[in-house]
Design a protein around this ligand. Structure first.
Ligand code: XMP
Length: 512
């Protein structure tokens, strides 16, 4: 095991963010269930412990309480939010319900900088979210920082290297929060800061091998960043035991299937099975105009085709998925069986349970940008690593209204030109998504002296951080003109190109 910082999870929505901040300081961290026995942490060579925040109150009957022996391991402990209450509660101090719930921004006044705050300014904007507060310090502790509502907003036991902070240093809104965490890691825990993406890969390879042994693993490859990186990582670990399945649903962008085949079959020599189910998908979608119904049909057909394809592959015990942290709806049940509540939304239509497949999700603790770094380090090309998101239902939700082969052909033609020009001008890499939409209306145009009653293409180009909100991109007029000219000249059947200037909300990114 590398030098490990244990993050004990008490159900905070920020636990993964703490782990991420630790990785940003190039230190390895692992999230443990709050009940993990101290002996296990000792076994794992843990050099420091962070107690996460959590939704509970230490006074609640069901309050999650860790193994008290963790305080006797001789390693530094940092309690954050709920963690500081725990420290006080378990080590002989007192916490109480605060009259003033502190939520949102506050000002921390550092009274004793010590190792935790070091050279940071004496006043810091910090982000709070708590109802309880410490009212009496446990023996050995002193206050090192205060806020408007709390004389014990930051506390320290110098001898035992225990620290508690009431605010959340891991969130973006806390000024210099990353440095506070780094001070704990480096100055208190003496972490060496040598954990890199390469180490992550080596460690994951070892873990995957340990988890799957000699079993075969199936992975549904979509061509997107997450499944691509997962495939490359799994392949590095278990080579021929990995079988990837790529379903052509007839709703892919032009050349997509070929690009996936050439990348994985030729360059990586991955066992890739391409299933052409395009006719089946298009047959089922015939005449369907309702977007939700389209999605349902596409989703169900995918599961059916995927499941059928597994039969030809033979016995496998695992299903691998490129689930990332933001995909994981994670909540620790503050009762008896926490881990059972963890769900993945990518989970292909209940397939794992039905087929008795166990899950392998090597990226589940990472954020998107970290996954991209891993992909690049594994040798995936820029086109894959920096690929824009593409929805599961593909062009099915970009042909508004009835999906026909003819409409798909027009859309693919327009989309290819848009993508080409976006890449050529460098804009492709700057925006969140850029794509064409086929509109189910005709408009009058003129070619030569002839009236041309033909299709309309909308361009949708947006900037976003997480797809929750988005704004339309102010693309240079000249570039828009070039794209529009090329589409109307080169794609037969298009008389008009329009630019979508709606933001999300109130619109969504996709049209359907
Ligand atoms: P909306 O249209 O909801 O899209 O603003 C937000 C982001 O999600 C993508 N998207 C999907 N991805 N399956 C997916 O895997 C879907 O059904 C789906 N619908 C939308 C969309 O491309 C955007 O990035």
């Amino acid at each position: 095991m590398p030098q490990t910082i244990a993050v004990l999870d008490f159900g905070s929505q920020y636990t993964q963010v703490i782990a991420r901040r630790i990785r940003e300081s190039q230190v390895y961290s692992k999230i443990y269930h709050y009940k993990t026995p101290a002996s296990k942490l000792r076994e794992d060579d843990v050099i420091g412990i962070i107690l996460s925040g959590g939704p509970s109150s230490v006074f609640a009957k069901t309050a999650p309480i860790p193994d008290r022996e963790i305080f006797n391991l001789g390693v530094p402990v940092l309690g954050i939010c709920y963690g500081i209450q725990l420290l006080s509660f378990l080590l002989g101090g007192r916490a109480s319900r605060s009259k003033q719930r502190e939520f949102g921004n506050g000002t921390l006044t550092v009274t004793k900088p010590g190792r935790l705050f070091g050279k940071l300014p004496r006043k810091l904007q910090v982000w709070n979210s708590h109802g309880d507060k410490v009212i009496k310090l446990p023996e050995g502790f002193t206050a090192i920082g205060t806020t408007e509502n709390s004389p014990f907003a930051a506390i320290e036991d110098r001898k035992r290297n225990f620290f508690g902070i009431q605010f959340h240093p891991e969130v973006f809104h806390t000024e210099r929060g990353v440095e506070i965490i780094r001070n704990f890691l480096v100055r208190v825990c003496k972490a060496e800061q040598d954990w890199t993406t390469k180490d992550f890969i080596a460690h994951s390879v070892k873990e995957i091998k340990k988890q799957v042994g000699k079993s075969r693993v199936i992975l549904g490859l979509s061509g997107g960043v997450d499944s691509s990186v997962a495939a490359a990582l799994l392949h590095k670990a278990i080579r021929k035991q990995l079988v990837c399945v790529f379903v052509d649903n007839g709703l892919l962008r032009a050349g997509e299937r070929e690009a996936v085949e050439s990348l994985y079959k030729r360059n990586f020599k991955i066992d890739l099975r391409v299933v052409d189910a395009s006719s089946l998908f298009l047959r089922r979608l015939k005449g369907v105009e309702d977007p939700e119904l389209k999605r349902k049909i596409i989703g169900n057909t995918f599961v059916e085709v995927f499941e059928k394809s597994l039969k030809t592959i033979g016995k496998a015990d695992y299903l691998a998925q490129g689930t990332l942290y933001p995909d994981v709806i994670e909540s620790v049940a503050i009762g008896d069986n926490p881990a059972s509540l963890i769900k993945s939304h990518h989970n292909v239509g209940g397939l794992p349970e039905r087929m008795k497949l166990k899950l392998v999700e090597p990226l589940r603790e990472l954020f998107k940008d970290e996954v991209r770094e891993v992909g690049a380090a594994l040798g995936l090309p820029k086109e894959v690593v920096w690929r824009q998101p593409f929805p599961g239902p593909g062009l099915g939700v970009r042909v508004a209204g009835d999906i026909t082969k003819a409409r798909l052909k027009v859309l693919r033609g327009a989309d290819t030109i848009l993508t080409e020009e976006m890449k050529k001008s460098g804009w492709y890499w700057k925006v969140w998504q850029s794509f064409a939409v086929f509109l189910p209306v005709k408009s009058v145009g003129v070619i030569g002296d002839e009236r041309n009653y033909a299709d309309v293409i909308a361009l949708r180009i947006v900037g976003s951080k997480d797809a929750m909100t988005a704004d339309w991109t102010r693309l240079p007029y000249d570039l828009l003109q070039l794209i529009s000219n090329r589409i109307t000249n080169e794609v037969e059947g298009v008389s008009r190109v329009v630019y979508d200037v709606s933001s999300k909300p109130p619109a969504t990114i996709e049209w359907e």
